[in-house]
Design a protein around this ligand. Structure first.
Ligand SMILES: Nc1ncnc2c1ncn2[C@@H]1O[C@H](C[S@+](CC[C@H]([NH3+])C(=O)[O-])CC(=O)[O-])[C@@H](O)[C@H]1O
Length: 326
């Protein structure tokens, strides 16, 4: 079983020791009561991955661990076979010793939209709320962050993260961790320099409470980087879809960017700016060998791609950045 204790020591080193008031007990509770029925099977798959040492790693311009020449054909086939047992792979892509994991999402494109607008991550303590498989965690570390913590309650995604992490050289791997927690499991740490939450707000039933919980993780003067689905309209415009939005069953609030900024203002945030708006393309989210289920093309109206199959505006996403007052 994966051991989180070295991470507890790492937290103390980075001035996050106060998290240990609740985290070890929370993780023990998780270990005893909340493990997914398939977790042991997934963990067995990653335990069988071949032991390999990467001759090079690039987490600055992509997530590539090792080179094709670091592994023989048998080892590559083993990586391919074992990691395909962890499908669906949604967020990526990852390149592991020449095995290319072409995920449903081009998460690198999202990063390219976000990265030019955020404060320099060098030396910062960073939290990514709802980090999926952790693709962006590696890119945040690659951008110079001191410590990067992701939280995501989906245990398959945690296992995908661990599969990648076990190949990352120890001096980098110790600075990046994913905990199988939801935002509701976090004590208000008031300690991170940057808090990211991308693709999560619309899944929350109480979006303003969720934003407050995100802000509670930031130190005074820290930066919130929020990415979420938006619609067009004025500051009072919010879509609450019916049972499904683009076939997703758990979508609650899709505000206009003006409404989103208004919410952040009401929560006392400063320097609020919308830095990007982008209609999700069929190239960015699509079915691949590593995610063989339905994807965006199946969720849009075939006769009018500007609408979802339910008749709502097609997915459009905005990136909003704001500062917590000192
Ligand atoms: N309570 C919760 N607390 C934290 N995370 C949660 C919670 N509930 C669900 N999640 C997690 O939020 C992530 C949302 S995906 C964004 C991934 C990445 N950020 C991306 O921007 O590519 C986008 C999407 O699936 O629509 C999933 O990994 C959930 O497990």
């Amino acid at each position: 079983m994966y051991d989180f204790t070295p991470f507890y020591a790492r937290l103390t080193e980075s001035g996050l020791g106060h998290w240990l008031e609740t985290l070890p007990a929370r993780m023990r509770h998780w270990q005893q009561h909340q493990q997914h029925g398939e977790l042991k099977k997934w963990q067995r798959s990653i335990a069988q991955l071949p032991r390999l040492t990467p001759s090079s790693v690039d987490i600055s311009s992509q997530v590539r661990i090792g080179e094709a020449s670091d592994a023989n054909d048998g080892e590559k086939a083993r990586i391919q076979g074992l990691l395909s047992q962890l499908m669906p792979w949604r967020k990526g892509p990852f390149d592991l010793f020449g095995v290319h994991i072409d995920t449903e999402w081009r998460s690198d494109w999202k990063w390219d939209r976000v990265f030019p607008h955020i404060s320099d991550l060098s030396g910062r303590r960073v939290l990514d709320i709802g980090c999926g498989s952790g693709y962006h965690l590696w890119r945040m570390k690659g951008a110079g962050a001191d410590l990067v913590v992701g939280i995501d309650p989906t245990q398959l995604f945690m296992t995908q993260f661990q599969a990648i992490k076990q190949y990352v050289p120890a001096d980098t791997a110790r600075d990046v961790e994913l905990l199988p927690l939801g935002i509701e499991d976090m004590q208000p740490l008031q300690a991170f320099d940057t808090v990211f939450t991308m693709g999560v707000l619309y899944h929350r039933r109480s979006p303003i409470d969720f934003l407050q919980q995100c802000l509670d993780q930031l130190k005074p003067g820290g930066e919130l980087v929020l990415e979420t689905l938006v619609i067009d309209g004025d500051e009072q415009r919010v879509l609450v879809p019916g049972e499904r939005y683009a076939q997703m069953g758990n979508v609650w609030f899709i505000p206009s960017t003006k409404a989103l900024c208004h919410w952040l203002e009401r929560l006392g945030m400063q320097n609020i700016r919308v830095v990007d708006e982008n209609v999700t393309s069929l190239e960015e989210q699509r079915q691949t060998e590593w995610m063989q289920g339905q994807s965006l093309a199946d969720f849009l109206d075939p006769s009018d791609r500007s609408l979802t199959v339910e008749g709502y505006p097609a997915p459009k996403r905005a990136v909003v950045i704001a500062t917590k007052p000192r």
